[in-house]
Design a protein around this ligand. Structure first.
Ligand code: NDP
Ligand code: HSE
Length: 442
């Protein structure tokens, strides 16, 4: 079969579905698939049948599930002749990659919620789907219930995207929100996010920003028609954000959020480049993103013709993610029944990924300096010598008169110059301590 051809089901033959994984997401996918079977038949134009569910532990209690459906041999399930669509909700990279490639190579469409895999191996997966003429859907991989992937792939396919930014990780938003609004500790908030099913199997992926970086890579690839992989995304998590940082931000009208920021910039050669980054960011508390609470996500898309669009909704958890998975499943099943394919990858623009050092950013620097005459002027001169202009400088006297607290907010400057500046401040005899450095946006 060539890349252009697609196969359709014989009339009346049910579409066979295998679900790989029955944890937080898989459990809800299976529940809704069974409960709403009649609706799915109407929406698809033919019935779907659940052929099997792959799990790791066959002994686990799974109320209401026919044990005959369960297997711990996912690859054999994928390869069964009566399976037409594979839903992967296991997580991880190497094993699901093997399973998904096996499915695609065998002419089966795939629906996955696995952002880590898509961000790391998009080219290989997309090539396999194209070669087999089948669908690869991954709406749930970014911001769970928010249909941002379909919106970029379809609704905004006729526009030019300039910037995509927002909150794309529910766990870290839940933690930062709890620390800000209730004074919860980082550890307690993370434990609660894990209990509620928001966190990844290894929550390091959430708190170190890796999960958001995978999502940023996917969004940038879709929005800029350029392959951006996980390794192209600059990534800092929230593990160094302290209660003091949050307090200090609140006092001056800012809120700390973990943002993913994907944008086009112009390189020194005048050519367009793309950049994607994830880091804790101070935003004015009046900014709509500041009021995004709990595990909610919100994403802004700035497009040339459409202007600024904002998408908001449930960004994590079993039900919201299952909604996105099942939307994809309906699409893939419809294509099996009626023919046609989902929009594939589009990376024709092939823009260069900018070096993060060249990206314009803004810093909020909180430091303790020697309380001596002229220190403020000296520090301002250092910034000026590096070509970094200051937006605000605030000095607070401390109880011990030997030092003062200095809070500096810069205008935009090259990230590399700002970083050098912080290193210079840290080495300066006048600076006792750089207490925190947080980027600023909005
Ligand atoms: P869980 O850890 O809750 O579930 C993983 C499932 O995979 C379990 O059922 C587990 O089996 C099964 N599994 C693990 N190893 C194997 C194996 N070798 N063979 C067969 N089955 C296996 O993960 P989630 O449901 O939270 O997440 C699944 C995917 O969805 C991930 O890619 C995640 O990034 C993504 N996602 C998750 C969201 C969320 O809010 N949780 C939101 C959006 C995306 P067993 O039950 O026996 O342990
Ligand atoms: N762990 C992820 C999050 C799940 O907290 O956002 C949704 O992708």
């Amino acid at each position: 079969m060539t890349a252009q051809e697609t196969t359709t089901q014989p009339a009346g033959k049910p579409v066979g579905v295998a679900v790989l994984g029955m944890g937080t997401v898989g459990t809800e996918v299976v529940r809704l698939l069974r409960e709403n079977a009649d609706d799915f038949t109407h929406r698809i134009g033919g019935p779907v049948e659940l052929r099997g569910i792959a799990v790791s532990d066959l002994g686990k209690d799974r109320p209401g599930i026919d044990r005959a459906l369960l297997t711990d041999d996912a690859l054999s399930l994928v390869n069964r002749d009566d399976v037409d669509i594979v839903v992967e909700v296991i997580g991880g990279i190497d094993y699901p990659r093997e399973l998904i490639l096996a499915a695609l190579n065998a002419g089966k469409s795939v629906v996955t919620a696995n952002k880590a895999l898509v961000a790391a191996h998009a080219d290989a997966l997309s090539e396999a789907a194209d070669n087999a003429g089948v669908d690869l859907y991954f709406e749930a991989a970014v911001a769970a219930a928010i249909p941002v992937v379909g919106m970029l792939r379809r609704s905004l396919a006729g526009d030019r995207i300039e910037r995509i930014f927002g909150i794309v990780n529910g766990t870290t938003n839940f933690i930062l929100d709890a620390m800000t609004s209730t004074g919860a500790t980082y550890e307690d908030a993370l434990a609660e996010a894990t209990r509620l099913g928001y966190a990844e199997a290894d929550p390091t992926a959430d708190v170190e920003g890796h999960d958001a970086a995978s999502k940023a890579a996917i969004l940038a690839s879709l929005g800029f028609h350029t392959r951006v992989n996980f390794d192209d995304v600059y990534c800092e998590g929230i593990t160094r954000i302290t209660a003091e940082d949050i307090d200090a931000a609140t006092k001056v009208g800012y809120t700390i959020k973990l943002l993913a920021i994907c944008e086009k910039i112009t390189g020194d050669d005048g050519e367009e480049q793309v950049t994607a980054r994830v880091h804790p960011t101070l935003i004015p508390s009046s900014h709509p993103l500041a009021s995004v609470s709990k595990s909610y996500n919100a994403i802004y898309v700035d497009a040339e013709a459409a202007g600024s669009l904002m998408f908001y909704g449930n960004g994590a958890g079993g039900d919201p993610t299952a909604s996105a998975v099942l939307g994809d499943l309906v699409g893939a099943a419809r294509n099996k029944v009626h023919g046609g394919r989902a929009p594939g990858d589009s990376t024709y623009a092939n823009l260069a990924v900018a070096d993060f050092g060249d990206v314009p950013t803004r810093y909020h620097i909180d430091m303790l300096v020697n309380d001596r005459t002229g220190v403020l002027a000296d520090i301002a001169t250092r910034f000026s010598a590096k070509g970094i202009s200051l937006r605000t400088v605030r000095q607070e006297e401390q109880e011990r008169h030997s030092h003062a607290r200095l809070i500096v907010v810069t205008h935009q400057a090259r990230e590399a110059d700002l970083r050098d500046m912080v290193a210079e401040l840290e080495a300066s005899e006048d600076v006792q301590k750089v207490s925190s450095v947080i980027r600023l946006d909005g």
